[in-house]
Design a protein around this ligand. Structure first.
Ligand SMILES: [Zn+2]
Ligand SMILES: [Zn+2]
Length: 237
């Protein structure tokens, strides 16, 4: 949780809020169950990773939901955010424990960016457009159906509300390439991030220098066209 709080504090400072805001974990939060003055923000479809504590099976899901409840106390001049990330159960174990999701640092940054925008909108009346919110599926795409029977969010009715916007999801084992990233879990036992060292992911799609290729190929095509013209011109004669 420490890293989450650090990033959250930095984001609050970035938007120049002078009132202090606190972020706490609360596993008892319920969707749409709010006290007076509290506001709700559900960040849907974040990409998270899970590991079973019994068989150590690992999987990823692009349908991890994080629930935030927030409140600003004008009297005390401070704000409070409570958060709950919904867990998933291992499909290989007959009687599995629910596993806590872990998120890459980039996902945490985006989640908290969106949270801060919601705070500005709800409590400081700043105009925030839906397009200002960032996508939180920032990692490798996963394919496959969402396993509702093993999803805490589905059991509590959070997932069903987001059925209209289909996003690929899976219960596949981790791809080696993705392990090079750092994952953060909000739980205390995982307060500090851990990184696993494996080879870097293939970066053909993202880093291929298309611009350079165009710059080189266009003049070549022009030269080729001129040569072809000269050749045809002389063969006609
Ligand atoms: Zn398991
Ligand atoms: Zn679900």
């Amino acid at each position: 949780m420490g890293i989450w709080q650090d990033i959250f504090a930095a984001k609050i400072a970035d938007v120049h809020l002078t009132e202090p805001w606190m972020l706490q974990e609360d596993d008892t939060l319920q969707v749409h169950v709010l006290k007076r003055g509290w506001k709700e923000f559900v960040q849907r479809r974040a990409l998270g990773r899970f590991q079973c504590s019994q068989c150590f099976h690992e999987w990823s899901s692009a349908k991890v939901h994080i629930l935030f409840h927030m409140c600003r106390s004008r009297r005390r001049g401070q704000g409070t955010v409570r958060m709950r990330a919904f867990r998933q159960a291992c499909r290989r174990c007959p009687d599995p424990q629910l596993a806590e999701p872990e998120f890459s640092q980039e996902t945490v940054e985006r989640l908290l960016h969106n949270l801060v925008l919601k705070i500005l909108k709800y409590f400081y009346h700043m105009p925030i457009q839906p397009s200002d919110l960032l996508e939180v599926v920032v990692d490798a795409p996963v394919a496959g159906p969402h396993d509702s029977a093993r999803c805490e969010g589905c059991q509590l009715g959070v997932c069903s509300e987001s059925q209209l916007a289909p996003v690929s999801d899976a219960w596949e084992p981790l791809v080696d390439a993705d392990k090079a990233r750092t994952y953060l879990t909000p739980k205390r036992r995982g307060m500090r991030p851990y990184a696993t060292q494996t080879h870097q992911p293939s970066s053909f799609n993202s880093n291929f220098p298309w611009k350079c290729c165009c710059i080189i190929i266009s003049p070549l095509l022009c030269v080729l066209a001129v040569l072809l013209f000269i050749l045809l011109y002389f063969t006609e004669k």
